[in-house]
Design a protein around this ligand. Sequence first.
Ligand code: NAP
Length: 283
Amino acid sequence: MAERYFEGQVAVVTGAAGTLCSEVSRELARRGAKVALVGRTLTALEQVAEDIRQEGGTALALAADVTDAVAVEAARRMIAERLGTCRFLVNGAGGNQAAASTETTVFEAGELDGGAADGARGFFNLGLDAVEAVILANTLGTFIPCQVFGREMAASGRGSILNFASMNSYRPLTRVPAYAMAKAGIVNFTQWLAVYLAPAGIRVNAVAPGFFVNCRSRKILMTPEGGLSPRGDKVMSHTPAGRFGEAGDLLGCVCWLLDDGQAAFVTGVTVPVDGGFMAASGV
Ligand SMILES: NC(=O)c1ccc[n+]([C@@H]2O[C@H](COP(=O)([O-])OP(=O)(O)OC[C@H]3O[C@@H](n4cnc5c(N)ncnc54)[C@H](OP(=O)(O)O)[C@@H]3O)[C@@H](O)[C@H]2O)c1
């Protein structure tokens, strides 16, 4: 049985129906937290809430777009009324979009005339709407909940925030310039906010997952038959652990960073959970 060191505390998790944060939400509930599940698709959130209730936990599902400050504030009011003051915030909402990614890894002259070889999308063919949406979701989508729930934490004199960075935060992967730029910003913002909120009794940290297969990345990393795609093969050859991550691999790190009992003196850090990807030079 999991040690219940979050007993009765309110944890707000954004992106809570996603591959990683649905598991994070379940784990926080197992450790005694009352979990508010935030995302845009209520039916998916309700499913996670139901799982938590079936295990005897407390969960509240709320639909809100994390880039919409008014919607996030409305969610905060509802959470405060139904569960209590937010003690933990996990900013898991985010991700990339295909339309904000190049299909080429380096410049090809053809992209100046509309598309590279076989009409592939290059940097000069990226549409700004998709680029803007990815940057907003992965930057303001963390900034806004930090403002909304951080204010409540500051008023109560304690709290802990966990952001989601990426391998792209350290060195950009090919093809994903908007996502990489946004996730680099998360490490910087995590440090900034940790310094700013320390006098308020709030710690701010981040986790940087390596490669975890989700609905989107499955198409990129794997073949339809379940083997490795060429990109998946490249990732695997740079991952000393020799496998993709599974949501459960994150839980120890997430709980450690959130818990004052274990990490009271840890703030402003980003911890890679990546099977050694960051350490491997590839040579
Ligand atoms: N999987 C990986 O390998 C990996 C690696 C590094 C970092 N990360 C980061 O880890 C986090 C979780 O990733 P994941 O793999 O679990 O992704 P996921 O399965 O796509 O889950 C992301 C969740 O965020 C929600 N979301 C997206 N935009 C939102 C918005 N504007 N407002 C509210 N909710 C929003 C989505 O739900 P709705 O669409 O219903 O709102 C979705 O449930 C993300 O920040 C991702 O960038 C993932």
